[in-house]
Design a protein around this ligand. Structure first.
Ligand code: FAD
Length: 291
């Protein structure tokens, strides 16, 4: 199975999706359905989150990554967080991922849990070399508007460069709604000597509550066109969802036209969202779904 660094070097503007292990007791069958819905769009890779949002489903990440690869022949990226985790636990995860044939990992710190004890890893950059040494192709998270805990964007970019220096070979951005923020960020990265590909993470908004949760969690700014859409479709959930997907498609096409190195859709386990975004990009780039 391909490493993601090879995907970036062999594909112009790879299109990828993020999915999460469904919440609940057993997840694998539901996950299988989600993957089966995403696969016909022929993404260049699919990443699988790790216990994001406190769902407690971290066990399923490597399993779902394996399923994506083995059942659909699509490269998978397993997310892995290191906050509140010991070296011993991480070595256990490394062994499991190897056994399952996972070759690509997105190395993350994870969100702080108030009151939790410090452990063996402070930052994502501390996890990256361990994964690289274990033979994985390692990616990390990037923040076009700066990480929410970091006071200024330049420092955030310096921390990103440290992740590249530690061995990260690609970056996936946090969601953003204003492409201009990304273009400014990309210039800062160029100036800071960041040379690995940065793929743009775009999340179509689905509801007012979802968007406000995301904005408060990660500090992304809301440009006025988005605020206007939220106001315009306040009384119609369906119209708002349609507007959210259309807005995301517009962002993705604009990014494609501005030479983004990759386009990553936060598809929220909704294959129809992934399909709409992918069709919009490929229509713009003149390639078909069955490429
Ligand atoms: P780091 O890179 O370690 O940065 C954390 C903070 O420390 C930042 O403010 C940074 O500026 C600062 N920092 C870094 N290095 C230094 C230094 N040397 N000195 C001082 N400060 C420093 N969370 C999950 O729980 N599961 C997931 O699956 C998941 N997937 C994600 C995927 C993407 C693409 C993104 C963007 C985020 C994802 N997250 C996930 C959320 C992520 O865990 C949080 O954003 C977390 O708060 C930071 O993780 P990080 O890996 O970027 O941390």
């Amino acid at each position: 199975m391909k490493q993601i660094s090879d995907v970036f070097s062999s594909t112009y503007q790879p299109i990828s999706y993020e999915m999460f292990p469904p919440k609940g007791d057993l997840t694998l069958e539901q996950a299988r359905e989600v993957v089966a819905g995403l696969a016909p769009c022929q993404p260049d890779f699919i990443s699988v989150t790790y216990s994001a949002g406190g769902s407690g489903n971290s066990q399923a990440t490597a399993q779902i990554a394996q399923m994506i690869q083995d059942e659909h022949g699509i490269p998978a990226v397993a997310h892995l967080t290191c906050i509140n985790t010991t070296l011993h636990d991480i070595d256990g995860k490394i062994a499991e991922m190897r056994e399952r044939g996972v070759r690509n990992v997105l190395a993350l710190r994870g969100d702080r849990v108030p009151g939790a004890e410090a452990t063996d890893f402070r930052y994502a950059k501390d996890l990256i070399p361990r994964l690289v040494d274990a033979g994985f192709c390692v990616g990390a998270a990037a923040y076009p508007e700066g990480h929410i805990e970091c006071d200024d964007i330049r420092t955030s970019v310096e921390h990103l460069k440290e992740k590249q220096d530690a061995g990260a070979s690609f970056f996936v951005t946090q969601l953003f709604f204003d492409n201009e923020c990304f273009y400014r960020f990309r210039d800062l990265c160029d100036r800071a000597g960041i040379t690995v590909p940065i793929t743009c993470g775009i999340m179509p908004f689905m509801s007012k509550s979802q968007i406000s949760r995301m904005v408060f969690m990660c500090g992304a700014s809301l440009p006025s066109p988005v605020i206007k859409l939220l106001a315009k479709y306040e009384d119609s959930d369906e119209d708002l969802r349609r507007a959210g997907v259309e807005y995301a498609c517009g962002q993705l096409v604009d990014l494609a036209c501005h030479g983004a190195e990759g386009l990553h859709v936060y598809a929220m386990n909704k294959p129809e969202v992934a399909r709409a975004c992918t069709e919009a990009i490929r229509a713009e780039l003149g390639t078909s779904m069955g490429r």
